[in-house]
Ligand binder design. Sequence first.
Ligand code: ADP
Length: 441
Amino acid sequence: MITSKRVRLLIVLASFSLLGIIATQVYWVKEAWHLREEQFDSKVKISLRMVVNRMFTLANADTTQQLIESVLCESSCGTVGMKDSIQAFNQKILDSLLRDEFKSMNLGEDYVYCIYLLHGKRFVTGRPEAFMPELLESPLSLSLSCIKKANAQILAVWFPQKQSIIMGKLWGWLLLSVIFTLVITLTYAYTIISFVRQKKLSALKTDFINNMTHELRTPVSAISLASEMLLNSEVSTNPAKVEKYASLIFEQNTRMKGLVEHVLQVSMLEQGKFTLNVDEFDAHEVLRNLARSYRVILEARGGQIELHLNASPSIIKADKLHFTSIISSLLDNANKYSPTTPHVKITTLNADEGIEIQISDNGIGIAPEYHSEIFRKFFRVPNGNRHDVKGYGLGLYYVYTMVTAHGGQIGFISEEGTGTTFDLHFLYNGPTDLVQDPEDE
Ligand code: ADP
């Protein structure tokens, strides 16, 4: 048996490892991004060098003096409106050189460029569009000092869409990595949640088995004792005693049958092995009949039951037997969990193409921390035992399973020490998808 401490340690270790894997993943994705960026930059730098080399060769071989032209740029003295005449490389030729080189390096055409004067960072020529500040700071630049008459000029380029270009190349891997990380994290979380749930359920099951064994012990020993007596020749010849012990055996056997029914009910509900025999009947009639039987029980304790049957129509399509059991379970609980004079109220009204049934009591109520657990299999509010109220934590599980199998809904409001109101909704037309016996499929 794995101890809780060891389980906790395993969960902590596994969580740390998972966090480690995610951190490593993030680190590698970042590294891959940097690498792509560096690769991109070095491709641009190589292209720029090629462009400058070709400019150099062209400028040296230029006999027609058409490669270098005069352009006007802002005056170095800073006076507004004053212009200096500067010798610059022909822009059209520069355009085609850059396009050729970037194309051969697969860098695309989404770039801006310019040549600027190193001194004063003044624009000379190019197509900077709105990115002049970025171009002046761009690390993707090269001095044109090797070209005569352009020795204080810098050729700079800027790729405004650089991040998207890199993303375009990496997105497949990024997506896979995000998907795998998400899948691992979700499966891990799911495993832990199911594990914790299973542990809780196993504890509840143990309680249930303990309760059941305890309950079974009495009839088993009573039957054993009675049959032993019947075997006694003195008793077997006395018809009155035979009848006494035989009826004791019968009684205890009936009790045992009831207990076994409970166990069978769990597996029936768990496996969904039940079929609904849907019939049309008057819900009010069932409620009136049940109220009649419970009135006797409640009045014997000084309590009362009130009926406010306001729904009209009150004919619904449902499994009458299960409908009756659902309401009985809730009335049973209303009685069981009302330690002082019980005051139970049944109200019906019409709502959302169906009938709403409210069953309220003035009992001990349910503390808010247990509200989310109340319909779980085997669950019993801890103080249920303290008040010595018998039960197996199956009533509400049965009620919930059956109401939802009918396509209905169930909810409740409860305040500790004040009481509880269960709210059921059944459709007039009954369940749309009948729960099928899995073996029939
Ligand atoms: P049990 O056999 O224990 O009654 P149920 O599934 O019917 O099992 O109910 C589960 C738990 O919900 C009970 O143990 C009890 O603590 C709480 N409970 C159910 N109905 C009421 C109620 N009307 N008032 C207060 N507590 C309730």
